[in-house]
Design a protein around this ligand. Structure first.
Ligand code: CA
Length: 694
């Protein structure tokens, strides 16, 4: 070998040394300063979704263009936060299919399909196709499936290494959340409280073997079986009646934060099962640990402290939203803070050393409570908020002021960027026989009367706000379309990025909220953007899809955007300052045209019966009031519903299971007939297009 060749080889080795493969472990995920990779759901353990990258800034962001894109045919909901490790992107799509993509070429490296539909059985009824993301630890990818499995995959090949079932398959648990990893453990929770008598819990598994390390239950079980430990006995004192018959609830379906400073896991817990506390825990009680932030020892899963945001909840005001860690200065004193904006409309700052409440203020309309008493840490509830005298119009609705769409926090500006929803709901249990109420099994029933009719179409009921957590004040606000806007990203380039329900992606100046850049992606956005760097260049990436509970249940509120089922392409889009690709033209917004069937005479009694059946079986995909927001076909426009045989073939026989339509084998011909009357009745109401004047 010549000297020249040796020098070239040495130079090559040096370059390779400089970009040596990242060992994705606890130190790497905790590193706030390294910006090239995006190693965890919230980028780092702090869940701040803040990137220190600053090639793209508030002065040049207008130059962003499409560097490359990847079509994702067959996908519906795309909600995931992609991860990037050394130039390879990993993300989950519908039904937890995982993709690995080379970000230098935009080419798919491998695809892993856990065959969720085949494994789901009746659980197809209680879940959506959605999945919010994967975790990465020491060369392995972890993804959970809607049917309750947690799977480990080899990151270089996409081959499954191990798979464990984390739930009792006979119960309507599902998983659509992203696992988190710490100290050779991977943790996951679950959801499903609206569909059956569930008891919430999280489980940590050994990343190498899949062996269970520990499990923590969020609500106490049946006292006759004995409590697992003194924590469960303590929680049981806050319950009344025979709560265990209804499961209790408190599922941990989204927020999980590992805190390396204290070696703790914070879990955000869900609402009660059922929502209606009069059924769940007659006589009241705080019902621990519903709607709480609970701190657990990361090694043992043992309880450390808790803070309950909504004691005795009865509105679905869960605390499953993300929990963001930051060092704040409060009253001139440094505080290791935890920030949390749950559904109930307040923004909480906790001292995470002790779990003590530092401050809490409303970030939007929240009429259920007047304020949070800082002495007791408890809400001062408004009169009538528990709809004890009949029905009550309350802000927020069960969609919450803030849902799972993650906020971001920028340590430079000191602000949190939160997508908020300003929609009320009428809460009532009129007509619900709560003394003899039966827990559903694989049917939607929160113990309230709701969603049998369409929701009022409201535009401009959402906003992106910048919130100062120390002053507990809004610094700026930008109105957003619709309600179901996705999570945010903030960067050291003084930027905030967020997609929107109307198919746009925007960049705002982080300090004052001035919009600096906007682009059309061709479909409503439900996923948060991320940023990463490869070969010295900063990129912005976004999955474009349309999904989640707000899309599938909110009727006209989401149908107003015209992202009709199956119409608009799903993609991964990657932007850079020199990007010059053009996206193919997307179809225009499309609105369902209800079929008019003149010879069908709607029987009001039948339609009323059908409305209850629709609520229990169909509403979670086909939409409130039978108005589809685009997650599933709009049944008012469906030919199949009109013909008895075709309707039965799909609903009872299950001819479209492969497309995600569950089988309802127990529904009788009379049930189907009643639902036809209901759907035809709804079809005669003004269409969304007519309401919009289109
Ligand atoms: Ca819920």
């Amino acid at each position: 070998m010549t000297k020249l060749k040796l020098a070239a080889l040495a130079a090559l080795l040096l370059t390779q040394g400089a970009v040596a493969a990242t060992s994705v472990d606890g130190a790497a995920i905790a590193d706030e300063k390294a910006g090239a990779n995006w190693l965890s759901y919230g980028r780092t353990y702090s869940e701040q979704r803040f990137s220190p990258l600053q090639q793209i800034t508030d002065t040049n962001v207008g130059d962003l263009g499409v560097a490359w894109y990847m079509d994702l045919p067959g996908q519906k909901s795309l909600l995931a936060t992609p991860l990037v490790v050394d130039g390879v992107m990993y993300f989950s799509g519908g039904y937890s299919v995982v993709f690995a993509v080379d970000t230098r070429t935009g080419k798919e490296l491998w695809k892993y399909d856990p065959k969720t539909i085949e494994a789901a059985g009746d659980r197809l009824r209680v879940m959506w196709d959605s999945n919010r993301g994967v975790a990465y630890w020491k060369g392995r990818i972890f993804v959970a499936t809607a049917d309750g499995r947690l799977n480990a995959i080899d990151a270089s090949t996409g081959k499954e290494v191990w798979s464990v079932q984390t739930v009792d398959p006979k119960l309507p648990y599902f998983i659509n959340g992203a696992p988190r990893v710490f100290k050779d453990k991977v943790i996951i929770g679950n959801g499903g409280t609206e569909w059956g008598p569930l008891r919430g819990y999280v489980t940590a598994y050994d990343t190498a073997t899949g062996k269970q390390a520990w499990r923590f239950y969020t609500v106490p079980g049946n006292p006759a079986d004995g409590f697992e430990d003194e924590t469960q006995a303590m929680a049981a004192k806050t319950w009344n009646g025979e709560w265990w018959k209804h499961g209790g609830g408190g599922t941990v379906w989204n927020g999980l934060t590992y805190d390396p400073d204290f070696n703790r896991i914070y879990i955000g817990t869900g609402n009660g099962s059922p929502w209606n506390q009069r059924i769940r825990s007659p006589g009241g009680g705080d019902n621990l640990f519903l709607c709480s932030v609970v701190a657990l020892d990361a090694d043992t899963g043992k309880y450390v402290w808790h803070y309950q945001t909504t004691p005795g909840e009865t509105w679905d005001y869960n605390s499953n939203m993300d929990m963001v860690l930051a060092d704040l200065k409060v009253d001139e004193k440094p505080v290791k803070a935890l920030m949390h904006a749950p559904k109930n409309g307040f923004f909480y700052v906790l001292d995470r050393a002790t779990g003590k409440l530092i401050s809490a203020e409303k970030i939007a309309r929240a009429t259920w409570a007047e304020r949070i008493d800082l002495k007791t840490g408890r809400p001062v509830e408004a009169k009538g908020a528990r709809y004890e005298d009949g029905e009550e119009l309350i802000y927020p609705s069960a969609f919450g002021v803030h849902n799972w769409h993650a906020m971001s926090f920028n340590p430079g500006t000191g602000l949190a960027y939160i997508p908020i929803i300003d929609v009320p709901a009428t809460f009532t249990d009129k007509g619900v026989n709560y003394k003899q109420w039966n827990s559903p099994s694989f049917q939607f029933d929160p113990g309230l009367d709701l969603l049998r009719d369409d929701l009022p179409l409201k535009i401009d009921a959402a906003a992106l706000i910048a919130w100062d957590p120390v002053k507990q004040q809004k610094v700026w606000e930008q109105k957003l379309p619709g309600v179901w806007n996705p999570g945010t990203l903030t960067t050291a380039g003084n930027l905030v990025f967020e997609g929107r329900t109307d198919g746009k992606l925007l960049a705002y100046r982080a300090t004052d909220g001035i919009p600096l850049w906007s682009t059309d992606v061709g479909v409503g956005v439900s996923a948060p953007p991320i940023t990463f760097e490869v070969d010295g260049k900063q990129y912005l990436a976004l999955l474009t899809g349309w999904g989640g509970a707000g899309v599938s249940m909110a009727g006209a509120i989401t149908a107003q955007h015209g992202w009709a089922y199956g119409m608009h392409p799903r993609r991964l889009i990657v932007y850079s300052l020199d990007g010059a690709q053009k996206l193919p033209k997307a179809p225009p917004p499309t609105f369902a045209e209800a079929l008019v069937q003149d010879d069908f005479k709607v029987d009001e009694m039948q339609a009323e019966t059908g409305s209850h059946l629709f609520l229990k079986n169909c509403v979670t995909c086909h939409g409130g009031g039978a108005v589809s927001g685009g997650y599933a076909p709009d049944l008012r426009a469906s030919q199949a519903v009109v013909y008895d045989e075709a309707f039965k073939e799909i609903v009872v026989t299950g001819s479209r299971v492969q497309q995600g339509m569950p089988r309802f084998h127990e529904l009788t011909d009379a049930d189907l007939k009643a639902m036809q009357h209901y759907i035809r009745r709804q079809a005669r109401k003004a269409t969304v297009a007519a309401q919009l004047g289109k």
